[in-house]
Design a binder for this molecule. Structure first.
Ligand SMILES: *[C@@H]1O[C@H](CO)[C@@H](O)[C@H](O)[C@H]1NC(C)=O
Ligand SMILES: *[C@@H]1O[C@H](CO)[C@@H](O)[C@H](O)[C@H]1NC(C)=O
Ligand SMILES: *[C@@H]1O[C@H](CO)[C@@H](O)[C@H](O)[C@H]1NC(C)=O
Ligand SMILES: *[C@@H]1O[C@H](CO)[C@@H](O)[C@H](O)[C@H]1NC(C)=O
Ligand SMILES: *[C@@H]1O[C@H](CO)[C@@H](O)[C@H](O)[C@H]1NC(C)=O
Ligand SMILES: *[C@@H]1O[C@H](CO)[C@@H](O)[C@H](O)[C@H]1NC(C)=O
Length: 562
């Protein structure tokens, strides 16, 4: 079992000794040896936001097509006013750190995220901790954590979490479980509906035909599509160029994409699987949309938060953000505050006008887990985070053309941390009624259901480091769906309308009929079947796969000009 037991919660231990948090880590974290006292640790401190409910309601106001404020996205200053910490919190925390001669670096423009770099000996003294190296056997990486830590009573209410301390959360996993090397693509047949080849390999033309995606280049220069990369992944213009000359013969010049480094991420190197897939199926599908690869050097939960704060610090946020990495939500048990802060960062981006998309995961009902953790029938399901965050759009996977069916690996289910948002209440209730007793007790009937949508996820043809490969995963469906949104944004921008931003309220209300409903197949369960696809929304394929033409009429009719 993943997760850990909180032996004593801060609130229960109020007193002269301060608030102590202790954990018993999951056994796949094997203690190695205490961290040497001179070595350094970097700690991120999150301060409580002033008015998080205000942010959530402002987000829904600008995202609900029935609201008079639809599309009136918030400015940088408006978002910061909701999440900035109270002055007394800033004072309590900085005064406390000053007692150890520590001066924090402010990591977000609202001031809610602070960072300190300190020696292990100072960290052990500051937090009454015992920082120790652990081997995380699921990822074969070494992490530095402490089994307990204490903050002074006058600081306790002013800091939401300090990371990494007692949080035993494995590094994120990119959804790219398998690939095979294949022959170079043969000359593509003339446009047919759809090309026969699409039943064996998916390439841009298949997706364009299947989902009515336009091939003509988008033209709004103020459009943007961001692709995030973690775990030292890299995409190259060289591979993209071969991809275009073989598979987008209708485009004369291979478009360039930008590479931006965050947290000292690399900006050059050989192409790797995940980033290559993500770039080739954004630049290759969202024809003409300015696309940027964000190479994030820090791959723990803080790297994800850093990328959002990098965007939020600017006057213009990217209009679409595609991420094909994720965590098992079970790993956040006992660290729900980290997941909440993480999720609220995406709420800020949505309020500013970004459509945030995450892959739903590749292990059926057990998201990013290892098969051994989910082999026995009766295992409680392990949802995918951040897909379970209600303020973003989670993308599942399908396979097959006629009929298009559930890709069995497509992850889906229900959160144990985030409650079901109003926009999906009716869709999820209908599903649960139709599902009856299947999998009863193994999932949370009140949690946020995911994914929201889906797209093809099997046998994508990519060009990586000089080879042609077939890859599978919701890593593939996510950039595809992100490209659909980016092309829809192009039409809205050209018509003087706002970008789509957080799209779930629109999709679940007016948009549902613009999807190809997938009703055939079931995702993988733990030693048994997972969730079947049924008519309407389901936790395997969400609302279904996109029909660009139908979605275009829905999004152009959605009210409000900028
Ligand atoms: C810290 O933990 C190690 C085991 O990793 C233990 O040997 C040592 O005694 C602990 N130190 C303190 C001060 O508790
Ligand atoms: C970790 O390393 C061990 C031994 O080197 C290997 O057996 C195991 O498959 C590796 N696990 C992962 C997740 O890479
Ligand atoms: C974006 O560009 C289009 C033209 O390409 C223009 O009509 C629209 O007003 C611009 N929108 C903003 C917010 O600048
Ligand atoms: C990139 O690939 C080439 C050829 O496979 C190899 O020689 C080179 O060492 C690689 N570079 C890096 C930084 O891995
Ligand atoms: C079920 O989800 C709710 C949020 O909707 C959460 O409060 C509750 O703790 C979860 N139950 C379990 C058993 O995890
Ligand atoms: C479901 O899909 C399978 C192929 O995966 C197909 O053989 C079967 O006929 C489909 N069933 C329905 C009801 O469409």
């Amino acid at each position: 079992m993943l997760g850990f037991i909180v032996v004593s919660l801060g609130l229960l231990c109020h007193g002269v000794y301060g608030a102590k948090t202790s954990v018993v880590p999951s056994p796949h974290f094997v203690p190695l040896h205490p961290a040497s006292s001179e070595s350094s640790v970097t700690l991120t401190l999150a301060l409580p936001p002033t008015n998080i409910e205000g942010l959530h309601s402002a987000l829904y106001d600008v995202s609900d097509p029935a609201s008079p404020k639809y599309g009136k996205h918030l400015t940088k200053a408006e978002v910061e006013a909701f999440v900035a910490p109270k002055a007394e919190s800033v004072k309590a925390v900085t005064d406390w750190l000053a007692t150890h001669n520590l001066k924090p670096q402010v990591m977000s423009s609202s001031g809610d995220i602070l960072r300190i770099e300190l020696s292990v000996s100072v960290a052990n003294s500051l937090l009454s901790a015992n920082f120790t190296h652990y081997l995380d056997q699921t990822t074969n990486t070494t992490v530095t954590r402490t089994l307990s830590m204490t903050v002074p009573p006058d600081v306790e209410d002013h800091v939401q979490f300090i990371f990494p301390t007692t949080q035993f959360i494995s590094a994120p996993i990119s959804s790219r479980p398998t690939f095979e090397i294949v022959q170079p693509p043969r000359a593509l047949p003339k446009r047919a509906m759809p090309p026969d080849l699409c039943s064996q390999q998916i390439f841009p033309e298949c997706l364009q035909d299947l989902y009515n995606i336009p091939t003509a280049a988008a033209t709004a220069s103020n459009n943007s599509l961001a692709v995030s990369g973690y775990l030292r992944e890299m995409a190259t213009e060289d591979d993209l160029s071969t991809f275009f000359s073989s598979l987008r013969t209708d485009v004369t010049t291979t478009p360039a994409f930008d590479i931006v480094s965050v947290d000292s991420g690399a900006t050059s190197g050989n192409g790797t699987l995940e980033a290559t897939l993500d770039i080739q199926y954004t630049v290759g599908i969202a024809t003409g949309v300015p696309t940027t690869f964000y190479s994030v050097g820090e791959s723990s939960a803080t790297g994800f938060i850093d990328l959002v704060n990098y965007f939020l610090a600017q006057d213009e946020v990217p209009l679409v953000l595609s991420t094909s990495y994720g965590f098992n939500e079970n790993a956040f048990a006992g660290s729900e505050d980290v997941a909440q802060t993480f999720c609220n960062a995406y709420a800020q981006l949505g309020a500013r006008g970004t459509t945030v998309l995450f892959c739903s995961g590749d292990n059926g009902v057990y998201s990013f887990g290892y098969n051994s953790q989910c082999s026995a029938a009766g295992t409680t399901f392990g949802p995918t985070f951040p897909s379970t965050c209600p303020f973003l759009t989670s993308v599942g996977g399908t396979q097959g053309i006629d009929p298009e069916v559930v890709a069995p690996f497509s992850s889906g289910g229900f959160s144990n941390i985030f409650a079901r948002p109003d926009y999906q209440t009716s869709a999820v209730s209908s599903y649960l009624t139709a599902l009856g007793n299947t999998n009863s007790g193994l999932y949370n009937t009140t949690g946020r259901g995911y994914p929201d949508v889906s797209a093809q996820a099997l046998n994508y043809l990519i060009r990586e480091s000089g080879a042609w490969e077939l890859v599978l995963g919701t890593s593939a469906s996510t950039p595809t769906f992100a490209s659909v949104i980016a092309l829809l944004n192009d039409e809205r921008l050209k018509a003087g309308k706002a970008a789509l931003g957080f799209i779930n309220p629109l999709l679940y209300s007016q948009g549902a009929a613009a999807f190809n409903d997938v009703t055939n197949g079931t995702n993988n369960g733990c030693g048994a079947e997972g969730f079947p696809a049924l008519t309407g929304w389901d936790p395997a394929t969400g609302l279904g796969t996109p029909d660009y033409k139908k979605l275009l009429s829905v999004v152009m009719a959605a009210a409000r000009s900028t």
